[in-house]
Ligand binder design. Structure first.
Ligand SMILES: NC(=O)c1ccc[n+]([C@@H]2O[C@H](COP(=O)([O-])OP(=O)(O)OC[C@H]3O[C@@H](n4cnc5c(N)ncnc54)[C@H](OP(=O)(O)O)[C@@H]3O)[C@@H](O)[C@H]2O)c1
Length: 322
């Protein structure tokens, strides 16, 4: 059951910890799955993997942050750099650990980074999960270059951020959606071509036509097994598919011969490391990009926020303000 309750003040930070007053969070599909028990947690859990706030106190030994600094959380707090230390969400706030749907936290300082310059707390709260996943798919694993073609699927948090980032990086972007109205909004954000996947069952043909038969260089695959075969069809020989999502299910068939014959790379990722978050924020400080926040709810209306997410009417992100 989802509800708002009183909890104890977390107290003063110990060595290498910070006390943070949270001001905003953002909803991800992951949070929804935890809230509904689709991803079961063992006992009562404070939800929300993303959080942004202001440092109220620092423990001894903290050198990266000072009182008054604005900070944003991290999805895998133990993952500093290199390969991920684990393949589960056991150490992810809002899943295996208590999250940021709370006014005050005391946590290790390295669980946070600074915000991009002049970003609001709500804007920054879109970064730890959706933003970093899109960044890693494009800039780290996809090695996206200006002039390349990128395909993003749907108009949720990860995809809209990927659209915005890819445009900033000089790519051409193709986007799919179930809604013509959402495709129009995507065009306003710079999308070069849109396909309604509801009205075009074989939407990969439209992508191929737009790329003159060549196919895109890179796909940010947010939908999973139900779309993967068409994503492969829509990708050029030697192209790259970064698999991040499971919107159409958690298992399915991969056309292995086609993958081999087309010499494509299929690369699964989950979010990213602290180093990658720092690199993303450094890049965002040079970019003309603000995340698209469709609606912001007050904390007390978190249930309504999840209901709106469930409706699928959102475009980009849904945020919570405390
Ligand atoms: N691997 C990772 O690190 C990572 C990180 C973040 C999220 N994810 C995963 O990525 C997926 C997207 O997350 P999100 O937070 O962006 O979700 P979201 O904001 O809830 O996005 C949902 C949107 O996806 C689109 N969609 C649904 N079914 C689709 C289909 N068959 N084909 C194309 N688009 C479809 C819809 O867009 P339209 O309304 O425009 O049709 C829908 O509004 C989820 O599966 C999530 O768990 C993974």
């Amino acid at each position: 059951m989802l509800g708002v309750v009183e909890t104890d003040d977390p107290g003063s930070p110990a060595a290498n910890e910070v006390r943070v007053r949270m001001h905003a969070s953002s909803l991800n599909r992951h949070d929804y799955n935890v809230a509904l028990g689709i991803l079961p947690v063992e006992h009562r859990r404070i939800l929300m993997s993303d959080g942004a706030g202001i440092i109220e106190a620092v423990g001894t030994g903290v050198t990266d942050f000072a009182v008054g600094d604005q900070v944003v959380s991290r999805f895998f707090p133990d993952w500093q750099e290199g390969d991920a230390p684990l393949a589960t969400f056991a150490r992810t706030p809002g899943d295996g650990l208590d999250g940021y749907g709370v006014e005050l936290v005391v946590r290790p300082a390295h669980w946070f980074t600074h915000l991009p310059r002049d970003w609001s707390f709500a804007e920054a709260a879109t970064l730890p999960t959706a933003g970093l996943t899109a960044w890693r798919a494009l800039a780290v694993e996809g090695q996206l270059k200006a002039g390349q073609d990128v395909l993003v699927l749907g108009t949720g948090g990860v995809s809209v951020f990927a659209l915005q980032l890819a445009k900033q990086m000089g790519a051409r972007v193709i986007i799919t959606s179930s809604s013509d109205e959402k495709l129009e909004r995507a065009r306003d954000l710079g999308a070069d071509f849109g396909v309604n996947y509801r009205r075009n069952e074989n939407w990969c043909d439209a992508v191929l036509k737009f790329t003159k038969g060549r196919g895109v260089d890179l796909v940010v695959e947010t939908a999973g097994p139900g779309t993967l075969p068409q994503s492969m069809e829509a990708t050029r020989i030697g192209g790259h598919i970064v698999l991040v999502g499971v919107l159409t299910g958690i298992a399915g068939q991969v056309p292995t011969v086609a993958l081999m014959g087309r010499q494509q790379t299929l690369h699964g990722i989950t979010v990213g490391s602290r180093t990658q978050q720092l690199e993303m924020i450094q890049a965002l400080n040079t970019m003309d990009l603000r995340p698209v926040i469709d609606v912001t709810y007050p904390f007390a209306k978190i249930v309504e926020a999840f209901q709106f997410q469930e409706s699928g009417r959102h475009f980009g992100k849904i945020c919570i303000k405390y």
